[in-house]
Ligand binder design. Structure first.
Ligand SMILES: Nc1ncnc2c1ncn2[C@@H]1O[C@H](COP(=O)(O)OP(=O)(O)OP(=O)(O)O)[C@@H](O)[C@H]1O
Length: 457
């Protein structure tokens, strides 16, 4: 690669990964050479190399291929004498393999590009709670490596709720329990890059053969192939071939199969054939459990820092449903406390995490309240908002008005508009009525408490 091409690649990567990522991770890279299809970059530390490999390896490869360079792998290396020896054998192995590593290298000579596994994503590190217990149980079952009972296992859920963690955990477990199996984990994006590359190099037969020789195939974030017709077609054939051979497939996505837009109907229906389980947004108890487990790691790293009682509870209460944000907040808190030499108190949390706390303030909408209240009282949403005055509808309607006043910042006229254009005095009347009744009616007070908890979860 010439200096000019390197400059162009840097420019493309800047656009693709954004300024912050670029300056933290890409700028420190030093291009070395391309030999036999392997592009080598020098990195200052093993940690940086591993991180770039895991998070941007595909992007770099993709950009280089897009520039017409004959590259099929990227490799990151620390020039001799620059970094201490690799301490984590897993990461070390991954680094030695370049951007991609085979999940079970001891079994076969790296047949093709699978993605590296994160050593932290194991079952032992996965905290189980109500919102994820079914997904966890299904993943555990698949990880036993017994006869295939549901195919595929389809895991879905919002951002940062543990889909990738569970898939890696399955792969780690299978490596130990069934080292004879050829287990491959990759993202749908990587599947596409591999496919495009095979097309370009006229190696489709090899591609098909390789994917069909897998015993357990895991494809993460399958929604990525939506709208990409030829990749979908190839994915469909690979999927069918493996199911026919009774090989286990595990798929993840950010939503249920039927809800992925621009995904062919026949693929949607195949994906629904096995077991479809969702990871629900975390609740308070699960968030607290996760924090308690992650705090041990931080405390081992910063033994000098004391943690005030109530801090974890506060974070679990205030930080949204995304575990990644929760984890990031904890890491930042410990790093910050160590830098400024202060104990971790609620005051420090406010100083250090003001932005995170602001961003994750839950904004409950009037619509959400109306929906939950009508579900709770088992009435139709249209009846709750509509004009009927019978008590079966009127009381839930007033409860919903009361909760809108309590839990949102909407004004009375605004709330009135959401309740079929009612006047603000009607809303005020409803709110007062419920305030008065609450004091005497235990059942009503309990209903309101349950609804508040559901809405604030
Ligand atoms: N139940 C859990 N116990 C422990 N850690 C968890 C749990 N759920 C999620 N995490 C952690 O949260 C982070 C995000 O999880 P993960 O990457 O698996 O999310 P994801 O659902 O794949 O998200 P995305 O949709 O962004 O790909 C990871 O560091 C993971 O270890």
């Amino acid at each position: 690669m010439t200096d000019e091409q390197w400059g162009m690649l840097q420019g493309n990567l800047l656009k693709a990964v954004g300024k912050n990522n670029y300056s933290s991770w890409i700028e420190p890279l030093d291009f070395d050479d391309v030999r036999d299809g392997v592009a080598t970059f020098n990195v200052p530390t093993t940690f940086l190399g591993n991180y770039v490999k895991q998070n941007f390896g595909d992007q770099i490869l993709y950009q280089m291929m897009g520039m017409g360079l004959n590259v099929s792998r990227v490799h990151f290396t620390v020039p001799v004498g620059q970094s201490p020896a690799v301490s984590n054998p897993v990461e070390g192995a991954a680094a030695a393999e370049g951007a991609f590593v085979e999940v079970a290298p001891q079994k076969r000579e790296a047949p093709f590009a699978a993605a590296p596994l994160d050593s932290k994503f194991t079952f032992a590190n996965f905290v189980v709670g109500k919102p994820n217990e079914l997904a966890h149980a299904a993943a555990k079952r698949v990880a036993e490596g017994g006869p295939v009972t549901f195919n595929p296992l389809f895991l879905y859920g919002g951002v940062g709720l543990g889909k990738t963690h569970l898939m890696h955990a399955i792969a780690w477990e299978l490596q130990t329990s069934r080292p004879d199996l050829n287990v491959v984990y990759l993202s749908a994006e990587q599947f596409m890059y591999r496919f495009v590359q095979a097309l370009r190099d006229r190696k489709m037969m090899d591609f098909k053969e390789l994917f069909r020789s897998v015993d357990v195939l895991m494809v993460d974030d399958v929604q990525f192939i939506a709208g990409k017709d030829s990749t979908q077609e190839e994915f469909f054939h690979t999927f069918n071939a493996l199911v026919d051979q009774r090989k286990q497939i595990i798929i993840s996505a950010d939503r249920a199969p039927g809800e992925i837009k621009d995904l062919e109907e026949r693929i949607k229906s195949r994906l629904q054939c096995g077991l479809v389980v969702d990871l629900h947004p975390t609740d308070y108890e699960l968030r607290l459990g996760i924090l308690q487990s992650k705090v041990e790691v931080q405390q081992a790293q910063y033994p000098e820092l004391s943690l005030e009682a109530g801090v974890l509870e506060f974070l679990a209460h205030r930080i949204s449903t995304n575990v990644r944000v929760l984890e990031g907040a904890l890491t930042r808190l410990f790093a910050f406390a160590s830098l400024v030499g202060r104990p971790i108190t609620l005051e420090l949390v406010q100083d250090c995490l003001a932005d995170v706390l602001r961003n994750s303030e839950r904004k409950i909408s009037v619509e959400e309240i109306q929906r939950k209240v009508s579900e709770h009282y088992n009435i139709r949403l249209s009846d709750m908002i509509g004009p009927k005055r019978v008590r079966t509808y009127a009381r839930p309607r007033q409860v919903a008005m009361y909760l809108c006043k309590q839990l949102t910042s909407r004004s009375l006229p605004e709330i009135g508009r959401c309740f079929g254009g009612r006047d603000h005095t009607t809303i005020m009347y409803g709110v007062r009525k419920i305030e008065d009744m609450r004091a005497q009616d235990g059942q009503l007070a309990e209903d309101i408490e349950i609804l508040r908890r559901i809405l604030e979860a």
